[in-house]
Write a protein that binds this ligand. Structure first.
Ligand SMILES: [Zn+2]
Length: 120
């Protein structure tokens, strides 16, 4: 039949159709609310300010300050995240990261179902 053999190590080919659908349900239940999707990478920096007499000149830097790096359209942008929003931004970014990882797994299950001609 010239069928392409899926050689992933996920072991999905060992599961029954029923198990695959159950796994798909389980994975889908863990995906984040799309409304909170926030793609990017949060990181923190210590900063030196512009005042020449400030303590930061002797190494006692200000911060940490949070930033969100966002990649898109072939470039990356960095956005300052105010302290008051750092926690909620972090939650959104983490939920998005987990959710997208789950969606990668769901796609593998659907690929297996498609291979078996039982995708619905
Ligand atoms: Zn300073």
């Amino acid at each position: 039949m010239g069928q392409v053999q899926e050689t992933s190590s996920t072991g999905l080919s060992q599961l029954s159709e029923r198990q695959l659908y159950a796994m798909r349900e389980r994975l889908a239940a863990g995906v984040h609310d799309p409304a909170v999707t926030l793609r990017g990478a949060l990181h923190q920096n210590m900063r030196r300010c512009s005042s020449v007499s400030c303590r930061c000149r002797s190494g006692d830097l200000h911060g940490p300050y949070s930033y969100l790096s966002v990649y898109g359209q072939g470039r990356s942008r960095t956005l300052y995240v105010p302290r008051a929003l750092a926690e909620i931004a972090s939650e959104h970014v983490e939920a998005t990261r987990r959710g997208e990882a789950l969606m990668v797994e769901i796609s593998k299950v659907n690929l297996e179902l498609l291979r078996r001609r039982v995708l619905r």
